[in-house]
Design a protein around this ligand. Structure first.
Ligand code: ARG
Length: 350
């Protein structure tokens, strides 16, 4: 006899079934697949949700990385460290957990790809925990009378923080606070300690003036605004990190015209004529900025990967997946690095 469950639970059960079947096929199901599915059905009938085992959580998180169509770094999907903080309900406890997770992930610069999971959303209700930041570590952006100070991409989130009573120093590199929201409560602000967020000052191996620009970036990219879905269950607070590919900082964060927009100043300091486009001043400035980023991270002992190496690693991942009988899907425009695209194999594959 099948246990009667609601329509919403039925949809979740279908997802759970598919997930458990995949897990059983890939790494085995110690309890027996049918037994586990019965258990899940029972829990759905009683509570409207079900609880992943630690093993399911770990497998689900790893496969979610393996399936991330925008990620060039997926070769290392099996090495993901999973932190289970589902039992925490208080924002201050969650913040402490985030600091622990960050310490593990940062590892003094020898970055470990990790994910930190808080309580999932209860299906059918709107009750969910949320981290309102886009990234766990980011710099504020202030819209001032003299233009934007800091990271233009973070102006809206910075405004949210200011509205909640936060005050920044108004430098170009102010660490934003962490904002945590749990059901029925207003969002709460927490400041990271300077020690929590390892940073790298940017210098160039040959151009001494580079340092004078006072550029810096943080070591660990932690995405906080994506939901992890495993077998029909949504983890709305699931920060995860890898390490940077140099171009994310050198071409995009510091280079994009609508971000820190450093290429014109770098070109001027290189004595390039910025009036003409066809002398490729932007391209030349971008190469030097990327050179500086890779050099500075290496010098500081912080893991970073250049785009050529990352592209090669992605091709190995595709090969590895083929060997395992799986097909890789991806978004070409996200996988191909934002500079020198055609010099890499990923460019020549759709
Ligand atoms: N590009 C984003 C940033 O600069 C980070 C995205 C994730 N990057 C990574 N290497 N895992 O903040």
């Amino acid at each position: 006899m099948r246990t009667e469950i609601t329509e919403i639970s039925e949809d979740i059960f279908v997802e759970a079934h598919a997930f458990l079947e995949q897990m059983a096929a890939e790494i085995g199901e110690p309890e027996g697949l049918d037994e586990r599915l019965n258990e899940i059905r029972q829990e759905l009938a009683e509570t409207g949700t079900y609880t992943h085992t630690a093993r399911e959580l770990e497998f689900g998180a790893k496969v979610a990385w393996r399936n991330s169509n925008r990620c060039i770094g997926r070769l290392f999907w099996k090495s993901l460290d999973v932190f289970d903080y589902r039992h925490l309900t208080e924002p201050d406890e969650m913040f402490n957990a985030l600091r622990n997770y960050l310490k593990h992930a940062t590892n003094g610069g020898k970055i470990r790809s990790s994910i930190c999971l808080f309580a999932p959303k209860h299906p059918g209700t709107r009750r969910e925990v949320k981290i309102l930041n886009n990234k766990l570590i980011r710099y504020a952006g202030y819209d001032t009378e003299d233009g934007i100070v800091g990271d233009p991409e973070e102006v809206p989130f910075t405004q949210t923080c200011l509205d909640l009573g936060w005050r920044g120093e108004l430098t170009a590199f102010d660490l934003l606070p962490v904002v945590i929201q749990v059901p029925d409560r207003t969002p709460e602000l927490f400041d990271l300690e300077p020690d929590d967020a390892l940073e790298v000052e940017i210098e160039h191996p040959e151009l001494p003036w580079f340092r004078e620009m006072g550029l810096r970036w943080y070591a660990v990219p932690v995405i906080t605004n994506m939901t992890l879905e495993i077998g029909g269950i949504e983890y709305t607070a699931a920060p995860f990190n890898g390490w940077f590919m140099g171009t994310e900082i050198g071409s995009r964060n510091l280079g994009d015209a609508d971000r820190y927009n450093m290429l014109p100043e770098i070109a001027r300091r290189m004595d390039l004529d910025t009036r003409s486009k066809s002398n490729l001043w932007k391209d030349r400035a971008m190469v030097e900025l990327n050179t500086a980023v890779l050099h500075s991270y290496r010098k500081a002992g912080v893991v970073i990967v250049d785009h050529h190496t990352a592209s090669r690693q992605f091709m190995s991942f595709v090969e590895q997946e083929k060997q395992a009988g799986r097909n890789v899907t991806s978004q070409w425009s996200w996988i191909v690095p934002p500079m020198s695209g055609s010099a890499m194999d990923v460019f020549h594959n759709d």
